[in-house]
Design a protein around this ligand. Structure first.
Ligand code: BG6
Length: 504
């Protein structure tokens, strides 16, 4: 196990939802697994007036996000001793009480002046927090180290992301800044690198000579839930595509890195992102992008609200809950290979997967379902890898049928698969930024996304298609795909063929 230095984690926005729902449960798992260093403490801060004890009760002892059984109770009690809380008047206010508390905990717990600051606050205050920490001497690394983790959204556009990068980099060096993207914390997303770069059977085929197109689907069956206010200002493109899905694209498309260090991997990812052909012309944007919004429908006998009826959403909203984009990557490897990426809320099931669609055989000899080979990398659920290939149907002649070669993570015995936040928090504690987005990666992603957003906002003749909640998006979304191909509308079970899903 890699060594983890003694340290304090300081969570800004600690009374919020993310801390209770994701961060503290992940930290508790790390504690139970013996991954936290001997000298470790957590200090929560926000504007809510809470005592240490009230904070512990809220995020730990009475939390519904943490499993409470007899076995865990003792561990919870031991973990609680490491948790503290210090209110602040505002993120722009004076930080002297907070910095005194950090130093006092550092002295008591002997954490060697090593600090991770986690910003789980609205992005509008990131700059203030970084600046205040800097002036309090807490970004200084002369006695220990100091790291800043920032949550998404990282910017609202290219310009705002650039501004935010500059603002943070005034107070923290780039190497101290960790931009979290929880998709990179998923085992299956990391496995994209291993599938590609540790198997000699895949990598030689991973290019324009053998691949017809690449398809990435991210579907959620839920709507915007209680987040209508946030979502209506964001939309599918900003919420999922600019960050999580372009990160997945970069891992699928990147060149082999020189080695597996954070900088080399991120250098290749950024090169891939910068090679995506930017679409600026309105005609091109019209032909290569589709947006949609879910409309009211009945699912399993229950009426489901349309997007515009959701709480916090403008009844005339033009925010997309479905986005499908076709694009090209202008480099040697990917010349003329279309990438199709779609993301949406209120689809039939929750699923994220990458489909590598290989070219047809050059000359067709046999009759039957002579389908193209496809490699399906399932990110969630039923995590695994599925290869579709043709086999001979027993009997006379040469009739071909499609068969599956499949692997499931659930079949791996041994170590427990860490949740994304556990993995990412542990990496930041150990100073490993491989699975965090670098400033230039985020900017490259915005450079591609900005003109699409601009076209959807101000372009001529831009359509917003409605789709009934619970279907695979607007009917015309298949028109995006070249030739006789359509989207693979996957089932929850990886190996089920679309159209024959096992529902329970
Ligand atoms: C978040 C988005 O970043 O990712 C949400 O803001 C979305 O809208 C979520 O539901 C999806 O994450 P996952 O891990 O459930 O696919």
């Amino acid at each position: 196990m890699k060594k983890t230095d003694n340290q304090i984690l300081i969570i800004f926005g600690a009374s919020g939802d993310l801390a209770a729902r994701k961060l503290l449960p992940a930290l508790f798992q790390l504690f139970k697994g013996g991954f936290l260093p001997e000298n470790y403490a957590i200090l929560g801060t926000s504007r809510s007036q809470l005592s240490d004890e009230e904070f512990r009760t809220r995020v730990l002892t009475e939390s519904t996000y943490i499993k409470h059984d007899n076995e865990d109770e003792q561990q919870i009690a031991a973990f609680a001793k490491k948790i503290f809380y210090q209110p602040i008047e505002g993120y722009e206010a004076d930080y002297s009480l907070l910095s005194d508390r950090v130093r006092q905990i550092n002295d008591t717990f002997k954490t060697d002046h090593n600090y991770v600051f986690y910003l789980s606050t609205p992005p509008g205050v990131y700059k203030n927090i970084a600046e205040k920490l800097y002036h309090a001497g807490l970004s200084d690394e002369s006695q220990g180290w100091s790291r800043l983790i920032v949550e998404k959204p990282f910017g609202y556009s290219l310009e705002t992301a650039q501004t935010l990068n500059k603002e943070l980099q005034q107070y923290f060096k780039e190497s101290q800044i960790y931009r979290i993207d929880h998709y990179l914390g998923k085992e299956t997303v990391q496995n994209l690198l291993v599938t590609r770069f540790s198997n000699s059977i895949f990598e030689p085929l991973w290019n324009r000579n053998y691949i017809r197109h690449i398809e990435i689907t991210n579907a959620e069956d839920i709507g915007v839930e209680k987040r209508g206010g946030y979502y209506d200002r964001s939309g599918a493109l900003r919420d999922m595509f600019q960050n999580h899905l372009l990160q997945v694209v970069s891992l699928v498309a990147m060149e082999p890195p020189l080695n597996a260090t954070a900088e080399e991997i991120r250098n290749e990812k950024v090169k891939a992102l910068k090679s995506i052909r930017i679409m600026k012309d309105e005609d091109i944007l019209r032909r290569n992008t589709i947006r949609g919004q879910y409309m009211t429908a009945e699912i399993d006998g229950k009426k489901v609200m349309g997007y515009r009826e959701e709480e916090g959403v403008d009844p005339d909203s033009l925010t997309e809950t479905f986005a499908a984009i076709k694009f090209y990557i202008d480099n040697w490897r990917w010349k003329d290979v279309p990438f199709y990426v779609r993301t949406a809320k209120r689809m039939p099931t929750k699923v994220t997967e990458v489909v590598i669609h290989f070219k047809s055989t050059p000359h067709s000899l046999f009759i039957g379902a002579n389908k193209d080979n496809r490699l399906i990398i399932r990110i969630h659920p039923d995590e695994g890898v599925l290869m579709k290939f043709g086999v001979k149907v027993p009997g006379q002649g040469f009739i071909v049928e499609e068969a599956n070669l499949d692997f499931y993570y659930s079949e791996l015995t041994g170590s427990r698969v860490m949740e994304a936040y556990e993995r990412l928090l542990l990496d930041a504690m150990q100073g490993d930024a491989t699975l965090y987005a670098r400033g230039d990666e985020v900017e490259a992603a915005w450079t591609f996304v900005d003109p699409i957003l601009e076209f959807w906002k101000n372009g001529h003749d831009v359509r917003m298609y409605g789709y009934a909640a619970g279907v695979w998006g607007p009917e015309n979304s298949n028109d995006l795909i070249d030739g006789d191909y359509i989207w693979r509308n996957p089932c929850a079970n990886l190996a089920d063929d679309p159209g024959y899903c096992v529902l329970c």
